[in-house]
Design a protein around this ligand. Structure first.
Ligand code: NAP
Ligand code: FE
Length: 357
C-alpha cells in the first residue's frame, strides 16, 4: 500500500491573497491558463493578478481554454509560453483549464518534443503548476491527471504523464457564481470519483481514507444539493469533497462510469459530471460485491442501491443516448484492457449496456 499526495493545499476565505507569497518560489514570470469568461466573473483571475503584482512576478494570460480542452489548444498555449519564456503555470477554473495547465507545463518544459509525446510513456520534467479551482468536481488541483480531447479519435483520454500540481489554493467563494446545473454536474463528478475509487481494483484500507471521508462529506450536502438550498458552509464542503475525491482517484484511478462517459461527452456534448453520473446508479446496482456497495451507501445515507439510483435520476434527469452510440461505446470499452483493469470483476456487453440512466 502506498500513499503519495505531494500537492500543498491551502483552503480558506481570501486564500489567494493570503498565500500569494508562495508564488514567488516558482519563478519570475507566470502564464495564467483559464477559460474565456468565468474566472473574470467570479473574481479568481483578479485575485491571482493582484497576488502576482504584489510579488513582482510578471505574467501573460492565456484565456482560450474550452470545455474538454483539446491537444490543439494545449499546443497553441505552449507556443505562447515558449515565446514569453515563462517559468511556471497557474491554472484557474474548472477541470478543463486545470488539466490544460498541466499538459502545457509539460510541453513548455520539453520544447523539442511534438504533441505525440503527450501519450508516450516517457519520463519528462514539467514546469511548476499552481491550481485555483472554481468548480467542485474534478479535484484536478491535486490529481496528477490531465484529460484532453483527441479529435482524431473522437474521444477524450488522460495523458500518459503524471503531473502533480505544486500548490492548490482553494476559496469556496468562487463557486457561488456557478449555475445550478454546473454545481449539480460537478458535485456528481466528485461523487463518481469517490464511488469509483472505493469500488476499485486498486482500493485498499489505506487509500479508502480519502474515499470514505469524501463520501461522508458528500452525505452532508446531498439534500441541500437536491433541494437547491445551498449554504456558504455547503459550498465549502463541496469544494473539500471534490478535492478529497481527487486524492482518492490519485491512488486508484476511476472505473467504468468514467470510461463510458468520454464518447457521450464527445458525441453529444453532455458535460463531464453528467455524462459520468448517468452510469453511476447502474454501476452501483450491478457491482458484483454488494457488501462493498452497502458500505458506500451506508456512508452516503442511502437505504439501498435502488434509492440511490432514484436520487441520481431525480438530480440529473435522463439523457437520451441512441442504441448505436451505446453499442459503439461499450465495444470501445471492452476492447480497451487499460480501461477495464480498475473494475475487479469480469463484465459483459449486456451488463455495460444496462448501466445507462
Ligand atoms: P469545466 O469544463 O472546467 O468548466 C465548465 C464550465 O463551467 C465552463 O463554461 C466554465 O466557464 C464554467 N465555470 C467554471 N467555473 C465557474 C464558476 N465558478 N462560475 C461559473 N461558471 C464557471 O468543468 P469541470 O467539470 O470542472 O471540468 C471538466 C473537465 O475536467 C473535463 O475535461 C474532465 O474530463 C476533466 N476531469 C479531470 C479530472 C482530473 O483528475 N484531472 C477528473 C475529472 C474530470 P469558462 O470556460 O468561462 O471558464
Ligand atoms: Fe471526473
Amino acid at each position: 500500500m502506498l500513499l503519495y499526495m505531494p500537492t500543498k493545499v491551502y483552503s480558506e476565505n481570501n486564500c489567494v491573497k493570503n498565500h500569494g507569497k508562495e508564488l514567488a518560489s516558482f519563478g519570475k514570470k507566470a502564464m495564467i491558463v483559464t477559460g474565456k469568461h468565468s474566472a473574470r466573473k467570479n473574481g479568481s483571475l483578479q485575485d491571482v493578478e493582484d497576488a502576482l503584482k504584489q510579488e513582482n512576478i510578471s505574467y501573460v494570460i492565456y484565456d482560450e481554454i474550452e470545455e474538454n480542452p483539446s491537444i490543439e489548444t494545449v499546443m497553441n498555449a505552449r507556443n505562447i509560453g515558449l515565446q514569453e519564456k515563462i517559468d511556471f503555470v497557474i491554472g484557474i477554473g474548472g477541470g478543463s483549464p486545470l488539466d490544460a495547465s498541466k499538459a502545457i507545463a509539460l510541453m513548455i518544459a520539453n520544447p523539442d518534443e511534438t504533441e505525440e509525446v503527450l501519450y508516450e510513456a516517457k519520463e519528462l520534467s514539467y514546469l511548476p503548476v499552481v491550481c485555483v479551482p472554481t468548480t467542485c468536481g474534478t479535484g484536478s488541483e491535486v490529481t496528477p491527471y490531465a484529460i484532453l480531447t483527441i479529435h482524431k479519435k473522437r474521444t477524450k483520454k488522460s495523458i500518459s504523464h503524471k503531473i502533480y500540481p505544486k500548490l492548490a489554493l482553494l476559496d469556496a467563494k468562487y463557486l457561488k457564481s456557478m449555475s445550478r446545473e454546473g454545481i449539480v454536474n460537478t458535485c456528481v463528478d466528485a461523487l463518481a470519483h469517490l464511488i469509483e475509487s472505493y469500488l476499485n481494483t486498486n482500493s485498499n484500507e489505506l487509500n479508502r481514507v480519502y474515499s470514505r471521508e469524501g463520501l461522508r462529506m458528500w452525505a452532508e450536502f446531498k439534500e441541500p444539493l437536491k433541494e437547491n438550498n445551498i449554504t456558504e458552509d455547503d459550498y465549502m464542503k463541496m469544494l473539500h469533497a471534490s478535492m478529497v475525491a481527487g486524492m482518492a482517484i490519485t491512488h486508484t484511478g476511476t472505473s467504468l462510469p468514467h470510461g463510458l462517459s468520454y464518447p457521450i461527452t464527445y458525441e453529444l456534448g453532455v458535460p463531464h459530471g453528467k455524462a459520468v453520473g448517468i452510469f453511476l446508479g447502474g454501476y452501483v446496482e450491478n457491482y458484483q460485491d454488494q457488501c462493498e456497495v452497502k458500505e458506500v451507501l451506508h456512508i452516503l445515507g442511502f437505504e439501498n442501491a435502488v434509492s440511490f439510483h432514484t436520487y441520481m435520476r431525480e438530480l440529473l434527469g435522463m439523457v437520451e443516448v441512441s442504441e448505436e452510440l451505446m453499442k459503439a461505446n461499450v465495444q470501445g470499452l471492452l476492447a480497451n484492457p487499460a480501461k477495464l483493469k480498475n473494475y475487479p470483476f469480469s463484465i459483459t456487453k449486456d451488463e455495460l449496456m444496462g448501466m445507462l440512466n
